[in-house]
Ligand binder design. Structure first.
Ligand SMILES: Nc1ncnc2c1ncn2[C@@H]1O[C@H](COP(=O)(O)OP(=O)(O)OP(=O)(O)O)[C@@H](O)[C@H]1O
Length: 288
């Protein structure tokens, strides 16, 4: 071991005049290493879709944004990092028997009917109903495989559908993938301020820009009389936007037709036209 290394480990505060070339110093200065990109991947931008808590329709928003981006002519992928509750393959009617390997170390993503490349645990394990009860380090390894062992090909945008909250997996993704920005998904309820703050604080600590907020379940339009019903009460997202400076990039209503398309695995046919703000934000901030 080099003398400088030894000094660093033996003394709690190093007294040497220069840290140049010391691996310990390098580690501290640059943080944890990013996972290497697969040689078959050419991903221009990585966008995280996060929520401070579960049940806000985060996967639905991820897939809707992917559809909007692909419709606008971009090359899009979805990395399903919600490993213990992966729902993206089912929404697009994708199954594990469609997954192909190039060789022992390289997997190909599965492509949806509208051209989105997807990788998810449910495209690797045969039984999608199998419970995944892995601990943090294993979950982190799966994320690494989805990034380093998958040949994503040419992509303008890779959306990462994060598990809810601020646990091990979001931390791994933020630290180890080159995330360019995140969208925070919320629903209209009183807790929204705290939920956004939690996700926002995590992103700030990781020095990752927040592109904006997207509210799901904003309202329901009565199919008979057209009346707007605020199922989850009044939205607080504009107040949060004012106090944080974060842009509201979409308000998506509850629509039973959306749920039906997702349940039937026909999400590729889905056209959510409430995400123009998010689309513009992506195209203007993360140019391709
Ligand atoms: N705006 C909407 N209108 C109708 N159905 C919706 C809407 N948003 C989500 N859903 C449906 O609600 C269910 C849950 O959505 P989704 O799987 O996206 O939740 P999630 O937030 O990712 O879950 P979790 O937070 O637990 O990971 C799905 O069946 C989805 O199709």
């Amino acid at each position: 071991m080099a003398q400088k290394d030894q000094d660093c480990q033996e003394a709690s505060s190093c007294s040497r005049s220069s840290c140049e070339g010391c691996p310990e110093h390098e580690k501290e200065a640059h943080g944890p290493q990013k996972f290497p990109q697969n040689p078959g991947s050419f991903v221009k931008h990585v966008i995280g879709v996060v929520s401070g808590k579960g049940g806000v329709g985060k996967s639905f928003v991820t897939a809707s944004l992917a559809n909007a981006l692909v419709k606008a002519g971009h090359r899009v992928g979805i990395l399903d990092a919600d490993i213990t509750g992966p729902s993206i393959p089912k929404m697009y009617g994708l199954t594990a028997d469609q997954t192909r390997a190039v060789d022992e170390h390289t997997l190909l993503p599965v492509t949806t009917a509208n051209g989105i490349k997807v990788m998810s645990l449910n495209l690797i394990i045969q039984d999608p109903e199998q419970a995944v009860i892995w601990r943090g380090p294993i979950l982190g390894q799966v994320i690494q495989q989805f990034w380093s062992d998958v040949a994503w090909g040419q992509l303008d945008y890779l959306l990462v559908d994060m598990p809810p909250g601020t646990g091990d997996v979001p931390l791994t993704v933020f630290q180890s993938l080159p995330v360019d920005g995140i969208f925070i998904v919320t629903s209209p309820q009183d807790l929204v301020r705290m939920i956004v703050a939690k996700a926002w604080n995590m992103a700030q600590m990781m020095k990752i820009p927040v592109l904006g907020m997207i509210e799901n379940y904003s309202y329901l339009k009565c199919p008979d009389c057209g009346k707007i019903i605020k199922v989850f009460g009044e939205s607080h997202i504009d107040e949060v936007s004012k106090s944080t400076g974060l842009e509201v990039c979409g308000n998506i209503p509850i629509n039973p037709d959306y749920a039906q398309l997702a349940d039937e695995g026909r999400f590729a046919e889905m056209d959510v036209d409430f995400l123009d703000g998010a689309l513009k934000k992506v195209e203007s901030t993360l140019t391709v």
